[in-house]
Design a protein around this ligand. Sequence first.
Ligand SMILES: C[S@@+](CC[C@H](N)C(=O)[O-])C[C@H]1O[C@@H](n2cnc3c(N)ncnc32)[C@H](O)[C@@H]1O
Length: 155
Amino acid sequence: MNHKKQEVHDFWNEASCGEDLYLAAADRKGYEAQAEARYRLEPYIFDFADFASARGQKVLEIGVGLGADHQRFAEAGADLYGIDLTERAVEHTRQRLAAFGLSSHLSIGDAERLDFPDESFDRIYSWGVLHHSPDTQKAISEVHRVLKRGGGHES
Ligand SMILES: C[S@@+](CC[C@H](N)C(=O)[O-])C[C@H]1O[C@@H](n2cnc3c(N)ncnc32)[C@H](O)[C@@H]1O
Protein backbone atom coordinates (compact mmCIF):
# COMPACT_ATOMS: atom_id res chain seq x y z
CA MET A 1 0.00 0.00 0.00
CA ASN A 2 1.48 3.38 -0.92
CA HIS A 3 1.83 6.16 1.64
CA LYS A 4 -1.30 8.09 0.65
CA LYS A 5 -3.48 5.00 0.63
CA GLN A 6 -2.05 3.90 3.96
CA GLU A 7 -3.16 7.26 5.38
CA VAL A 8 -6.68 6.74 4.01
CA HIS A 9 -6.69 3.24 5.48
CA ASP A 10 -5.45 4.36 8.89
CA PHE A 11 -7.96 7.21 9.07
CA TRP A 12 -11.00 5.00 8.37
CA ASN A 13 -9.65 2.11 10.41
CA GLU A 14 -9.68 4.29 13.55
CA ALA A 15 -13.45 4.63 13.26
CA SER A 16 -15.73 3.76 10.37
CA CYS A 17 -17.88 6.48 8.83
CA GLY A 18 -20.48 7.64 11.40
CA GLU A 19 -19.22 5.27 14.07
CA ASP A 20 -18.21 7.89 16.62
CA LEU A 21 -21.36 9.92 16.12
CA TYR A 22 -24.10 7.37 15.61
CA LEU A 23 -23.06 3.88 16.73
CA ALA A 24 -23.54 3.38 20.46
CA ALA A 25 -23.08 -0.41 20.34
CA ALA A 26 -22.00 -2.94 17.73
CA ASP A 27 -25.14 -5.03 18.07
CA ARG A 28 -28.55 -5.24 16.43
CA LYS A 29 -30.03 -2.33 18.40
CA GLY A 30 -26.96 -0.19 17.81
CA TYR A 31 -26.92 -0.84 14.06
CA GLU A 32 -30.68 -0.14 13.84
CA ALA A 33 -30.22 3.21 15.60
CA GLN A 34 -27.26 4.10 13.36
CA ALA A 35 -29.31 3.32 10.23
CA GLU A 36 -32.20 5.41 11.55
CA ALA A 37 -29.88 8.40 12.02
CA ARG A 38 -28.21 7.83 8.64
CA TYR A 39 -31.43 7.78 6.64
CA ARG A 40 -32.93 10.66 8.60
CA LEU A 41 -29.91 12.78 7.64
CA GLU A 42 -29.54 11.44 4.08
CA PRO A 43 -33.02 10.34 2.97
CA TYR A 44 -32.07 10.76 -0.70
CA ILE A 45 -29.98 7.58 -0.45
CA PHE A 46 -33.17 5.56 -1.00
CA ASP A 47 -33.93 7.13 -4.41
CA PHE A 48 -30.30 6.93 -5.43
CA ALA A 49 -29.69 3.33 -4.40
CA ASP A 50 -33.10 1.91 -5.33
CA PHE A 51 -32.35 -1.09 -3.09
CA ALA A 52 -35.49 -3.06 -3.99
CA SER A 53 -34.53 -3.33 -7.66
CA ALA A 54 -31.36 -5.24 -6.72
CA ARG A 55 -33.34 -8.44 -6.14
CA GLY A 56 -31.60 -11.28 -8.01
CA GLN A 57 -28.82 -9.02 -9.26
CA LYS A 58 -25.16 -9.66 -8.64
CA VAL A 59 -24.17 -6.50 -6.75
CA LEU A 60 -20.80 -5.20 -5.57
CA GLU A 61 -20.65 -2.44 -2.97
CA ILE A 62 -17.31 -0.66 -2.75
CA GLY A 63 -16.51 0.88 0.64
CA VAL A 64 -19.18 -0.69 2.85
CA GLY A 65 -18.29 1.33 5.98
CA LEU A 66 -20.66 0.40 8.82
CA GLY A 67 -22.79 -1.56 6.35
CA ALA A 68 -26.21 0.14 6.53
CA ASP A 69 -26.66 0.27 2.75
CA HIS A 70 -25.16 -3.19 2.44
CA GLN A 71 -27.84 -4.49 4.78
CA ARG A 72 -30.53 -2.99 2.54
CA PHE A 73 -29.12 -4.73 -0.53
CA ALA A 74 -28.99 -8.02 1.40
CA GLU A 75 -32.60 -7.57 2.54
CA ALA A 76 -33.62 -6.86 -1.06
CA GLY A 77 -32.28 -10.29 -2.10
CA ALA A 78 -29.17 -9.35 -4.07
CA ASP A 79 -26.37 -11.82 -4.72
CA LEU A 80 -24.14 -9.56 -2.71
CA TYR A 81 -20.43 -8.76 -2.54
CA GLY A 82 -18.79 -6.01 -0.50
CA ILE A 83 -15.31 -4.69 -0.02
CA ASP A 84 -13.64 -2.04 2.07
CA LEU A 85 -10.04 -0.94 2.44
CA THR A 86 -10.27 -1.40 6.21
CA GLU A 87 -10.56 -4.44 8.41
CA ARG A 88 -12.78 -2.42 10.73
CA ALA A 89 -15.50 -1.75 8.16
CA VAL A 90 -15.52 -5.34 6.92
CA GLU A 91 -15.81 -6.59 10.51
CA HIS A 92 -18.64 -4.15 11.32
CA THR A 93 -20.54 -5.13 8.21
CA ARG A 94 -20.02 -8.82 8.92
CA GLN A 95 -21.31 -8.35 12.50
CA ARG A 96 -24.22 -6.26 11.30
CA LEU A 97 -25.40 -8.76 8.71
CA ALA A 98 -25.00 -11.62 11.19
CA ALA A 99 -27.12 -9.72 13.73
CA PHE A 100 -29.94 -9.60 11.17
CA GLY A 101 -29.47 -13.14 9.80
CA LEU A 102 -28.23 -11.87 6.44
CA SER A 103 -25.18 -12.74 4.36
CA SER A 104 -22.77 -11.32 1.81
CA HIS A 105 -19.37 -12.13 0.35
CA LEU A 106 -17.29 -9.59 2.28
CA SER A 107 -13.57 -9.00 1.95
CA ILE A 108 -10.89 -6.42 2.43
CA GLY A 109 -10.15 -4.87 -0.94
CA ASP A 110 -9.00 -1.83 -2.83
CA ALA A 111 -11.26 0.03 -5.27
CA GLU A 112 -8.19 0.78 -7.39
CA ARG A 113 -7.38 -2.94 -7.82
CA LEU A 114 -10.63 -4.87 -7.69
CA ASP A 115 -9.99 -8.56 -7.19
CA PHE A 116 -12.74 -9.70 -9.58
CA PRO A 117 -12.73 -10.81 -13.22
CA ASP A 118 -13.92 -8.51 -16.01
CA GLU A 119 -17.69 -8.09 -16.36
CA SER A 120 -18.58 -9.78 -13.04
CA PHE A 121 -21.43 -7.61 -11.72
CA ASP A 122 -24.88 -6.38 -12.79
CA ARG A 123 -24.59 -3.40 -10.47
CA ILE A 124 -21.82 -1.62 -8.62
CA TYR A 125 -22.71 0.74 -5.80
CA SER A 126 -20.52 3.07 -3.81
CA TRP A 127 -21.52 5.96 -1.57
CA GLY A 128 -18.98 8.53 -0.43
CA VAL A 129 -15.94 6.40 -1.23
CA LEU A 130 -14.22 6.77 -4.59
CA HIS A 131 -13.15 10.38 -4.05
CA HIS A 132 -11.36 9.25 -0.85
CA SER A 133 -9.08 6.97 -2.85
CA PRO A 134 -5.83 8.61 -3.99
CA ASP A 135 -6.27 7.60 -7.66
CA THR A 136 -10.02 8.10 -8.15
CA GLN A 137 -9.73 7.69 -11.93
CA LYS A 138 -8.16 4.26 -11.49
CA ALA A 139 -11.03 3.26 -9.19
CA ILE A 140 -13.58 4.37 -11.78
CA SER A 141 -11.75 2.42 -14.50
CA GLU A 142 -11.90 -0.65 -12.29
CA VAL A 143 -15.66 -0.18 -11.81
CA HIS A 144 -16.06 -0.17 -15.59
CA ARG A 145 -13.86 -3.24 -15.97
CA VAL A 146 -15.78 -5.46 -13.53
CA LEU A 147 -19.25 -4.20 -14.53
CA LYS A 148 -21.13 -6.37 -17.04
CA ARG A 149 -21.93 -4.69 -20.34
CA GLY A 150 -25.26 -2.96 -19.87
CA GLY A 151 -24.86 -3.09 -16.06
CA GLY A 152 -25.39 -0.09 -13.79
CA HIS A 153 -23.15 1.82 -11.48
CA GLU A 154 -24.04 4.34 -8.78
CA SER A 155 -21.51 6.50 -7.03
C1 LIG B 1 -16.90 8.18 3.98
S1 LIG B 1 -16.75 6.43 4.29
C2 LIG B 1 -18.24 5.85 3.48
C3 LIG B 1 -18.64 4.48 3.96
C4 LIG B 1 -20.03 4.04 3.54
N1 LIG B 1 -20.14 3.87 2.11
C5 LIG B 1 -21.05 5.05 4.02
O1 LIG B 1 -21.70 5.71 3.19
O2 LIG B 1 -21.18 5.18 5.24
C6 LIG B 1 -15.47 5.95 3.13
C7 LIG B 1 -15.17 4.46 3.14
O3 LIG B 1 -14.43 4.14 1.96
C8 LIG B 1 -13.41 3.23 2.27
N2 LIG B 1 -12.36 3.37 1.26
C9 LIG B 1 -11.55 4.44 1.03
N3 LIG B 1 -10.72 4.18 0.00
C10 LIG B 1 -11.02 2.94 -0.44
C11 LIG B 1 -10.49 2.10 -1.46
N4 LIG B 1 -9.48 2.49 -2.25
N5 LIG B 1 -11.03 0.87 -1.64
C12 LIG B 1 -12.04 0.44 -0.83
N6 LIG B 1 -12.58 1.18 0.15
C13 LIG B 1 -12.07 2.41 0.36
C14 LIG B 1 -12.98 3.64 3.69
O4 LIG B 1 -12.30 2.62 4.35
C15 LIG B 1 -14.33 3.98 4.32
O5 LIG B 1 -14.93 2.85 4.90
